[in-house]
Design a protein around this ligand. Sequence first.
Ligand code: ZN
Length: 161
Amino acid sequence: MQVAKHKVVAFDYTLQDEDGETIDTSQGSDPLSYLHGADNIVPGLERELEGKVIGDQFKVAVQPEDGYGTRRDELRQVVAIENFSEVDDLQVGMQFRMPTDDEDFVVITVVEITDDKVTVDGNHALAGVVLHFDVTIRDIREASEEEIEHGHVHGPDGHTH
Ligand code: ZN
């Protein structure tokens, strides 16, 4: 069986940045399961997985455009500290969900605090980063009707309701 649309794929991975620093890895835990063709993972990696079989191992460098996007300067904003008056002990690195115009939300990260101003950044932490994946395919199976309908994996290795 090959990786294709509506297959559930389990793979082990290590994700590193361009300096070889490990950002994330499945080492020490279960492989990651996802539903192929449902935008569960970044496009550049999903494309590379297409057609692979169990046991295949490969490395791929995913550019930001095919990963978590490029950094957008306009998502970095300086706001008055009063906006955070309800937050106890505001610190750099704290993250907050902010609603957006299209009823979605973005996660913003506090990057700088002065006496009266706070700089926040709405870019994804991995925006602008070239993602170096090292992947090994562990399992491929047919997705259930329900999984296809929901657009994600169910069961012990995935999302449960
Ligand atoms: Zn579901």
